[in-house]
Design a protein around this ligand. Sequence first.
Ligand code: URA
Length: 256
Amino acid sequence: MDAYTELSRIAATLRRRAEAQLALGIPLSRSTGPSPFAQSSIPEEGSVASDNSGQGFLNMPGEENPFASLAHEELAQKASGCTRCDLCHTRTNVAFGSGSPDADLMFVGEAPDHDEDLQGLPFVGRAGQLLTKIIEAMQLTRDDVYICNVLKCRPPENRNPLVDEIEACKPYLARQIELVKPRIIVGLGTFGAQFLLNSQERISRLRGRFHEREGIQIMPTYHPAFLLRNASSKRDVWEDMQLVMAELERLKTADA
Ligand code: URA
């Protein structure tokens, strides 16, 4: 490729990125000053540290996953009638997962909210609409990626997930990850990120870089519901997603 063509290609990529950034409502110039989180001036997303002392998803020492033999459709079917914890008494529908079961990129949130409970799909409410915008800004569609939550059923009044609910639901996510085999997982929010990384660290310290777990690159970032209340953090999420896009591109090139 000659220098002119290469420059034109770079310019077109930069233009696309700038348009995507603007579509997310993020101005093109970075305002000066440290991140609001460095000053702790904005409360972080609700911490679940005390509820999240269990192991991460890949960490089930000595435990046999009861769903180890199930294919994706069978797993979804199993989940739809799940009674492994008390959330089965209060949920309307199980929001198992959506998108491509062959995706390179997976998003993992906390648990279904009101709209997800009604529709039986993850991330379809206001936070989900923002997640869709983020995915589209990455030049992808929801069908290109896989979206799910740590918990598949809504906790009443959106309270924090309980330890026994997390434990009961863990084999579903573990098997989803095994089946989809994503190259990258974006852990959305404190809960999703801490769960995936088996960490108690604040999301503001976890985000912004990849953490490798058993061959999968985990990128923690702020939850879209948090962004709805703290628009200034959209820029951080966009920076994280640009790292994800670059890594996806690098992996694709390395595969070719
Ligand atoms: N919040 C989540 O973590 N997941 C959803 O599916 C919706 C809101």
